[in-house]
Every structure is written in structure tokens, then in C-alpha cells.
Design a protein around this ligand. Structure first.
Ligand SMILES: Nc1ncnc2c1ncn2[C@@H]1O[C@H](COP(=O)(O)OP(=O)(O)OP(=O)(O)O)[C@@H](O)[C@H]1O
Ligand SMILES: [Mg+2]
Length: 146
């Protein structure tokens, strides 16, 4: 996969981009989202969810838990993580994290940088950056390590 870079000019454009990208997602994929507060990560997850036949209304960043599960019309579940409040990677271990990440579901992880040394070898990286009040650059790359 070549690098994809777009400039989104609205929340809707970010959702649409996620929805379109979802067609390339397969069971077992991991999607890591990087970007500051308000850069559009959860917005993008709503678009990805829509493309995976899950109602975007169901998508909320997990607040009291670290992960939400969405069951859609696809044969696999979506695990939506938000690691913002993680202070120590040990907190991630207590989640049975690997079972979720390396099964048949699709894992989508906000604040993936918090994974540190638990970062998977293979994943799609989405980097979101503020460009102006309503503009966000989104860069997607596929990371593969042997
Ligand atoms: N082009 C854009 N794409 C996405 N969001 C945008 C865009 N322009 C403005 N916004 C606004 O930016 C905010 C993005 O919020 P969102 O919850 O998706 O960010 P987030 O990265 O998940 O934040 P957090 O780190 O708090 O979880 C929304 O208020 C949205 O309306
Ligand atoms: Mg969010």
C-alpha cells in the first residue's frame, strides 16, 4: 500500500474518508490512530464503523473502560480502544489485550502511542494533525515488520 495523505476540510469529510477506507479492512487488522486532542480520531472511527456496517451512533470513545466492542453485520467484532488515560503499559496487560488484538476481530486504537513496546508489528497507522480550525491532515501508512 502506498502512503495516503489527504487534507480533510470538515468533520464529514473525515467520516467519509474513514468509511471509504473501511473497504480495505480485513478480519484481524489493527488500526492505530495518532494525533492530538480534537484532531478527529473518534470522528474517523465513526466513519470506519459505518464502512464496516456498524451504526456510527454506537461509536463513543470508551471512557470508563478502555475498550468498547461493536458487533455489526460483518462476521467479526470491532474493538475500539482509547488509551488516553493509560499511564503505564501494565494497565494494558490487565485487559487481555493480546486476545483482542491478535484474534479475528478488528482493533481500532486511539492514542496508540501509549502502547509503547506493546505496539504490534503489523498495523495501519493513521496520523491526524490540526491544520486549522476545520482542517486536518490525515496520513495513512501500512506498517509491516518481519
Ligand atoms: N476536518 C475535521 N475532521 C474531524 N474533526 C473536525 C474537523 N474539523 C473540525 N473538527 C472538529 O474537531 C473535533 C474532533 O473531535 P474528535 O472527538 O473526533 O477528536 P479526537 O481526536 O478523538 O479527540 P480526543 O483525543 O479527545 O479523543 C470535533 O469537535 C469536530 O467537529
Ligand atoms: Mg477520541
Amino acid at each position: 500500500m502506498k502512503k495516503i495523505r489527504i487534507l480533510s476540510k470538515s468533520q464529514q469529510e473525515t467520516k467519509d474518508f474513514g468509511e471509504k477506507f473501511a473497504s480495505s479492512i480485513k478480519a484481524g487488522d489493527i488500526i492505530c490512530l495518532f494525533g492530538d486532542l480534537g484532531s478527529g480520531k473518534t470522528t474517523l472511527v465513526k466513519g470506519l464503523a459505518k464502512g464496516l456496517h456498524i451504526s456510527p451512533k454506537k461509536v463513543h470513545s470508551p471512557t470508563f473502560t478502555l475498550m468498547n466492542v461493536y458487533e455489526g453485520r460483518k462476521s467479526f467484532p470491532i474493538f475500539h480502544f482509547d488509551l488516553y488515560r493509560i499511564e503505564d503499559t501494565n494497565e494494558i496487560f490487565s485487559l487481555d489485550y493480546e486476545e483482542y488484538l491478535f484474534g479475528d476481530g478488528v482493533a481500532i486504537i486511539e492514542w496508540a502511542e501509549k502502547l509503547e513496546n506493546l505496539m504490534p508489528k503489523n498495523y495501519y497507522s493513521f496520523e491526524l494533525k490540526h491544520k486549522s480550525e476545520n482542517e486536518r491532515s490525515i496520513t495513512v501508512t501500512k506498517k509491516e515488520k518481519r
